[in-house]
Design a protein. Sequence first.
Length: 286
Amino acid sequence: MPATQQVLGSQGLAGTLARHKRLWLALLAWTITFIIFFPILWMVLTGFKTEAQAIATPTLFFTPTLESYEAVHARADYFRFAWNSVHVSIGSTLVALLIGIPAAYSMAFLPTKRTKGTLLWMLSTKMLPPVGVLVPIYLIFRDLGMLDTRLGLMIIYTLMNLPIVIWMLYTFFKDLPKDILEAGRMDGASTMQEVGFLLIPLTLPGIASTGLLSVILSWNEAFWSLNLTSSRAAPLTAYIASFSSPEGLFWAKLSAASTMAVAPILILGWMTQKQMVRGLTFGAVK
């Protein structure tokens, strides 16, 4: 009997320790989440303040006002900038997927001895500071008449996201059992049919998460939009920058403009978080 009680006591102690561990991990997760989310919360709150309140002693308690949003709306056409962001982000993502799916397919299922080197080279291009190639790209775009055009931004965003798109699709395709594709070939499927009727449907969660990530990266890109556009094709990142003036920063108006710029992509991320997680964990458990 004492031995049985000792075993039961040790099991109870282990269960208590496990519950405490889960509690501390949950508390740590919530703390990290709050630290990450707090700047966004502060930006949203500042957008509902007056300029005087925005530069005063920080406080969470104030009388909200739409003064900054009204000033922002009166100064610039938000919907024109938003349409440019939507057009460029979705357009560049579709082009990147159109190029990336065949490229990732060939590297995953028809590899050569240079495949790994090519993948590493593509990834290494993300390590180059964009400012290092700004001058040649600006001159090329100027000579081709693509400055301040949505087509120019779509091209540069596609090139910017293509390495990440190919790498993600490559990992998703590698997790797909080759026997499925071989069965399709034995049934007489062509390469296009193999990709269209087997590969894409089976890896759709991964393709969707790759597309969502590409849209987010394009939406948030500021360097190229500020240097390659001025008015006609300027997206929301340029819209935010327009509230920085020689007179100084108007924090309330800048926060209101930033909130209006990030709200669509935040809502999209919140609505598609399950699909994003599902896609990013695609093939993790077999």
